[in-house]
Design a protein around this ligand. Structure first.
Ligand SMILES: Cc1cc2nc3c(=O)[nH]c(=O)nc-3n(C[C@H](O)[C@H](O)[C@H](O)COP(=O)(O)OP(=O)(O)OC[C@H]3O[C@@H](n4cnc5c(N)ncnc54)[C@H](O)[C@@H]3O)c2cc1C
Length: 501
């Protein structure tokens, strides 16, 4: 049972519960964190606080038609639990998988749902975080203390999309919805639909809606790269037909996928034109030679600068080939009563307009942080490998990969946290913080991510809120699974970058 101490401030909640570790969020990262603590640090008492009424994060809050992963579940799934289904999975399948992880490892007893965290403050004298949350079910303030904060809050605001301001939006007489805020009552059978956007969400929504709608138009300002392929991994199918155990299939399939991805990522730098042609050929094979691929599916940037969605079985392009869906590549001039007027003078009439225009960044779960009574300016911090931050003691943040599956990094960070906690225990230390070493003091301090390398809109819009980085591997968030999988286990916890107290 957790420690319970009575507090005397009348404005404070009546009791405080103490845990060794507090995990923020029960998405795929938070549930993974709970698993790693349970298996690698069984003596640690921990709690997971989640604002939603259930686990899943991304896979629970997204409700748009066709919601599915855009990377394969062999690598988006945890390394410790085999994925048995098709590689691209629906949200429902991912939630079922996560539910099994929770029940098989008895994790439910650690998770408190409906707990929204608003404040976190660190006290150096007590070497303790104090966390204030609202228990939404009982409408009660709750206070927790913990020695270590394990931030698994994701990176964007759930249930609130990024909606650009276009002229004359109020004049539109149809229904305007955002993909992040899908209304349960939206009926779209036989309706004319325009989907604004060309990212993974648009690519999912369009074929799913096209099945019932009168017509779906994809309206994009500029094209995006897509990978087209069968929703199956041959090696997994073959091994399964040979009766190989699921653990082996998982491991071999992961290794094969990661090997192929590394080759692909390398080629996007060494032979970008060849990669580009191969990607376009995949689309051409479905929409036909006469389709205007140059206008609608040929981006100006090199492949991989933005996240690339996998289109299982080419469903988006089959929708286009069948005439149920079409693409307009143009800018929005303004909204009209009936739809959208584009800069080239075309009016696209629509009963429903779906803005699949992306996210708003959520920094540290939108929690107000204080360090020894001073509000935290997160942008002033420098990141240690995209996990820890200068001036923020006893805290690790999970921020996954974009070019590989997010969860690969959640598993690596899990190992790091457990190793760090054990190291602190054996050294008899209660506080750890990262700090620039003497040799780092002349290091250039740069923005969180190099826009030349990776530049999605939500990151660019929020760069001024994100931490900064240096130009050495330990002071960067390099988004490189293939380097980090070898580097992370080798991290020297006695390095001068770690300050223990
Ligand atoms: C539609 C969609 C599809 C995607 N597909 C893929 C994919 O195929 N492959 C891939 O690698 N990535 C994909 N991503 C990125 C994806 O978000 C991550 O891969 C992953 O699901 C993030 O998991 P997470 O647990 O870190 O964060 P989230 O899923 O965002 O979960 C964070 C949890 O923390 C909770 N939380 C946040 N703040 C607080 C607070 N203050 N108090 C209490 N609780 C809080 C939230 O309610 C949420 O449940 C996709 C993203 C979207 C939106």
């Amino acid at each position: 049972m957790p420690d319970t101490a009575i507090l005397h401030s009348p404005r404070s909640p009546a009791t405080t519960e103490h845990f060794d570790v507090l995990i923020v969020g029960a998405g795929i990262s938070g549930v993974g964190a709970a698993y790693h603590l349970t298996t690698q640090c069984p003596d640690k008492r921990f709690v997971v606080l989640e604002t939603e009424e259930t686990f899943g994060g991304t896979w629970w809050t997204h409700k748009y038609p066709g919601i599915r992963s855009d990377s394969d579940l062999h690598t988006f799934g945890y390394r410790f639990k085999p994925w048995r289904g098709a590689p691209i999975a629906t949200a429902e399948e991912i939630l079922r998988y996560m539910g099994e992880v929770i029940s098989e490892n008895d994790l439910a007893r650690h998770i408190r749902y409906g707990h929204h965290i608003s404040h976190a403050s660190w006290d150096s004298a007590k070497k303790l975080w104090t966390i204030d949350a609202v228990d939404k079910v009982n409408d009660t303030a709750r206070r927790f203390t913990c020695g270590f904060l394990y931030m698994c809050q994701g990176y964007y605001r759930h249930r609130q999309g990024y909606m650009p301001e276009w002229p004359n939006m109020a004049a539109y007489q149809g229904r305007l919805v955002h993909s992040e805020e899908w209304p349960e009552d939206l009926e779209y059978a036989d309706k004319r639909v325009v989907v604004i956007g060309s990212g993974a969400s648009a690519a999912t929504i369009i074929p799913a809606m096209a099945a019932k709608a009168a017509h779906v138009t994809m309206l994009q300002r500029s094209p995006t790269y897509f990978r087209v392929g069968r929703n199956a991994i041959e090696i997994a199918e073959e091994l399964r037909s040979l009766g190989i155990s699921e653990d082996w299939i998982h491991e071999i399939t992961r290794r094969k996928i990661l090997f192929e991805q590394a080759k692909f990522a390398k080629m996007t730098f060494t032979n970008p034109e060849q990669v580009k042609e191969a990607l376009l050929d995949g689309i051409r094979g479905i929409v036909g030679q006469d389709y205007d691929i140059a206008t609608h599916f040929t981006p100006t940037y090199r492949p991989w600068r933005q996240r690339m969605a996998f289109v299982p079985n080419g469903d988006l392009f089959h929708g286009i080939a069948s005439g149920k869906a079409s693409v307009v590549t143009d800018e929005i001039e303004r909204f009209s009563e009936k739809g959208i007027l584009t800069k080239s003078g075309q009016e696209i009439e629509a009963d429903i307009i779906v803005a699949a225009t992306g996210f708003n960044l959520n920094i540290l779960g939108d929690i107000a942080f204080e360090i020894d009574g001073k509000p935290l300016d997160f942008h002033e911090t420098v990141t240690y490998r995209g996990m820890m931050f200068t001036g923020m003691p006893n805290m690790v943040w999970v921020f996954g990969y974009f070019r590989a599956s997010w969860t690969l990094r959640a598993d690596l960070v899990g190992d790091f946290v457990c190793k760090l906690l054990k190291h602190m225990d054996s050294a008899g230390k209660k506080q750890v913080e990262v700090a620039l070493r003497e040799e780092d003091h002349n290091m250039p301090i740069l923005p969180w991510m190099d826009p030349e390398n990776f530049n999605p809109g939500y990151l660019m819009r929020g760069m001024h809120l994100l931490p900064q980085r240096g130009d050495k591997p330990e002071w960067m968030h390099n988004q490189d699974y293939w380097a980090e999988k070898d580097e992370f286990p080798q991290i020297d916890l006695n390095d001068a970058a770690f300050i223990y107290k």
